[in-house]
Design a protein around this ligand. Sequence first.
Ligand code: AMP
Ligand code: GLY
Length: 428
Amino acid sequence: MKILVVGSGGREHALCWKLGQSPLVGELIIAPGNGGTALEGTNVPVKDDDIPGLVRLARERGVDLVVAGPELPLVLGLQNALEREGVACFGPNAFAANLEGSKGFAKTVMRNSGVPTAGFQVFTEHARACRFVMEKGAPLVIKADGLAAGKGVVLARTTDQALAALEDMMVKRTFGAAGERVVVEEALSGEEASFLAFCDGEDFALLPSSQDHKPVGEGDTGPNTGGMGAYSPAPILPRERFAEVADMVVRPVLRNLANQGAPFKGVLYAGLMFTDRGPRVLEYNVRFGDPECQPLLMRLDSDLAEIMLACVQGRLSRVEVRTRPETSVCVVMAAKGYPGDYPRGMEISGLDRAERIPGVKVFQAGTRIEGNRLLTSGGRVLGVTALGKDLAEAKETAYRAVEEIHFENSYFRRDIGDKGLKRLAKEA
Ligand code: AMP
Ligand code: GLY
């Protein structure tokens, strides 16, 4: 089988690494890919938002299955365009992708299907949104409706901050059309976890729980990033609770979308917050998380290509999704300055030494190959991932591998996994 993976981050390197292990996969093409995906297949310089270009590439190369890494191509209708050409796509159609592409749509689906989430209102008129904010008072969370590269969420501690966020999004249009509609919601507090499921339109198969580390600084301080590290399983969401939580946050959404004529095929990602009053969905994503994908795929003990095909063909109940019992930890090595401005083009060394440590795999994100050198080309550069018998061992191994890797101006958080360790210590 020939597979085209769309995207260029650490998630896509992990997808290619895992797909490459399948006896079903003959050839991997990646658009546009990075220095890591080039080790697993052939990179082709077509961007992830170039839908006609991706469809043309799939047709010309006789691709059997397209795997969408990021949300943008799905929201732009990649699945729909491929379907018209008779090419299978792992990932939902544009309508179902609105679950991530429009926060207002997601909240409406949640409300209509009884999914627990923060109380909210959707606004298209600035004056009305302001009135609502003044009535409710802070703390409030202001969210641009559309895709805003992870930057469209403002946690407003004061009413003035909330009003300023509305002004930015709805009047100054800092996020362009993404701010035409705004969701104002109740601020919740609690520990977060990511809960992902393979879906075939009707049935689903759960992946293990995981936890991201969004803020750039240790102790969850500083601005939000795409994610500075992740681990799996997350002790806050143990396996004993999977069925109960899936009945709350996965099953009703799949039924709702199927009833709207858009059965969800792909990975559904529920971003959860465990509040005093139970789990609440903060957001849905319509794809694997980055970096959650890296530790999750390290633990996946089944054939990823077979699972993805089963999702597309609506026969997920007939394949097995097995997980290794070990814990995995992924530490993101970034360029200093990220998520703001950062330098590029630094030479990376020590990957081979890191990967000689048993249980370690380094997934590349912002890298490119120039001659025989590997250079940084993005903010998040590497996802150094390790398996261990428990969280403490996996963390220790991952950081030992990090110590082997060098590039100028590298930055990483030293506390990936600590929330889980603390919870495990409390439970013991
Ligand atoms: P989102 O893109 O909706 O997941 O928001 C990004 C981050 O903002 C989440 O991971 C949370 O840390 C935070 N967040 C989102 N919604 C809320 C909320 N209602 N209350 C508190 N924090 C939130
Ligand atoms: N790591 C969070 C996300 O992929 O959305």
